[in-house]
Ligand binder design. Structure first.
Ligand code: MEV
Length: 440
């Protein structure tokens, strides 16, 4: 079904068009959309204006994981996620580490990068290199207007370097630019600087001895790979304390846990799922705080492959009777700019965390990622994942079956002692509907 000028229609007309063309004019389809409109019209308008062609709002649960002791400070961490067991797992892990010193995290570096990708068809590479070095101060001068505010906050452009990529693509070079963007994620700032730098490069070459050799700017864009914007976080405790909440001896449990990490370090199939579990926690905090989870995901997985094979982002160490579990991950996060000052729940999240700096937020977010991985591995290497996972998913199944409150209560109680597999839940529900009693 084609439509032209859709974005110019009013919201009502957009819905009308959609419902008529894809839902046979169904009133129910229309109500599904309009029932999620916010009653506060100003607030709704703000949401409408976040993107193009907004029809309604899409609810995702907003929960908190309390008791996160991070660098000596306790946080209730906001998490936005649809997967049933994630917040429960994070909270369980936060509680486990609460009396063991909590999470200890450090921001190792905060440098971000962007590139001007260009073609230069001259043969005198040394001449080009000299020329770029010569005009380096001009790059800084000419971007001053864009960087002035960032410089006041302690950031700006750190360096501009020529990278020869002609071995990959004929005549292809990059201006590799490093940035410090302080508390902002910095995407717009970086891209604006890069576009200006490209203009400077082009103008300077045109009026130089290199002029007969044309420069062609291909594109200017930040890199979402941020291997120099890194946070590391760890938890540690004496091995004998690791046994809490499991049926195994401390030695057995710790060894099984370490082996599970080793498997993720060496086996890409496992590593992807292992890291996905880390990102369950990280994405939830990234979303709650109004950051770009796609950028964070892309960078994390690229970092996990930095040595040539996709591998685990977490690691363990056991020495002198101490178990240490740690994560190192790139996290380009911002606490100003974007929707951080606009979306009321995002603002709420920042307040809840004490209005953190970007570095504080990196520390908090990484801690939740490590906590998430700890909980997943603890379940996987002891009871299996389905026990906790299906317990949390039970209400989803019951809601799907249309169970009422009293049926839910009976069935939840029935499954306290064993794993609620889907077929068994359906059977229990049908039994109740047939008027039968559930026998443990
Ligand atoms: C599920 O969303 C995440 C896990 O699969 C992670 C893992 O296997 O480590 C439980």
């Amino acid at each position: 079904m084609h439509v032209s000028g859709f974005s110019k229609l009013s919201k009502d007309d957009k819905i009308e068009w959609l419902v008529n063309h894809y839902f046979n004019g169904s009133e129910e389809a229309k109500t599904t959309l309009t029932s999620y409109w916010h009653q506060d019209q100003e607030l709704q308008k703000m949401h409408d204006e976040f993107i193009e062609n907004t029809l309604t709002n899409f609810y995702v649960p907003f929960g908190i994981a309390p008791n996160f002791l991070i660098n000596g400070k306790t946080y209730a961490v906001p998490m936005v996620i649809e997967e049933s067991s994630v917040v429960a797992a994070a909270s369980k892990s936060a509680n486990f580490w609460l009396d063991k010193g909590g999470f200890k995290a450090t921001v190792k570096s905060t440098i971000k990068m962007g590139h001007v990708h260009f073609i230069w068809n001259g043969s005198e590479k040394a001449q080009l290199r000299q020329f770029i070095a010569h005009i380096n101060p001009i790059f800084f001068e000419q971007t001053d207007a864009i960087t002035a505010n960032m410089q006041k906050r302690g950031g700006g452009i750190l360096s501009v370097n020529l990278i020869d990529k002609t071995h990959d693509i004929p005549n292809y070079y990059q201006l590799e630019v490093k940035f410090e963007t302080c508390d902002s994620m910095g995407a717009n700032f970086i891209n604006s600087c890069l576009e200006k730098l490209a203009e400077v490069l082009k103008n300077e070459i045109m009026t130089s001895d290199l002029a007969p050799n044309q420069v062609e700017i291909i594109m200017c864009i930040l890199s979402n790979y941020t291997p120099e914007c890194i946070v590391s976080v760890e938890v540690s405790c004496p091995v004998e304390k690791m046994v809490e909440g499991t049926q195994l001896s401390s030695k057995e449990f710790t060894e099984r846990f370490a082996l599970a990490v080793k498997i993720a370090e060496t086996q890409p199939y496992r590593a992807v799922t292992h890291n996905k579990g880390i990102m369950n926690g990280i994405d939830a905090v990234v979303l709650a705080t109004g950051n770009d989870f796609r950028a964070v995901e892309a960078s994390a997985h690229a970092y996990a492959s930095r040595n040539g094979t996709y591998s685990s982002l977490t690691h363990t160490q056991i020495s002198d009777g101490i178990f240490r579990f740690y994560l190192e991950i790139p996290l380009a996060l911002g606490t100003v700019g974007g929707i951080t000052g606009l979306h009321p729940l995002v603002k709420f999240s920042h307040q809840l965390l004490g209005n953190p700096s970007a570095e504080d937020l990196m520390i908090i977010t990484a801690s939740v990622g490590l906590a998430q991985n700890f909980s997943a591995l603890r379940s996987l290497t002891t009871t299996g994942i389905q026990q906790g996972h299906m317990k949390m998913h039970l209400l989803n199944i019951l809601n799907q079956l249309g169970a009422n409150e009293s049926e839910k209560q009976i069935i939840v109680k029935y499954f306290i002692t064993h794993t609620p597999h889907h077929a068994e839940v359906v059977e229990a529900f049908n039994s109740i509907r047939r008027g039968e009693k559930l026998i443990q």
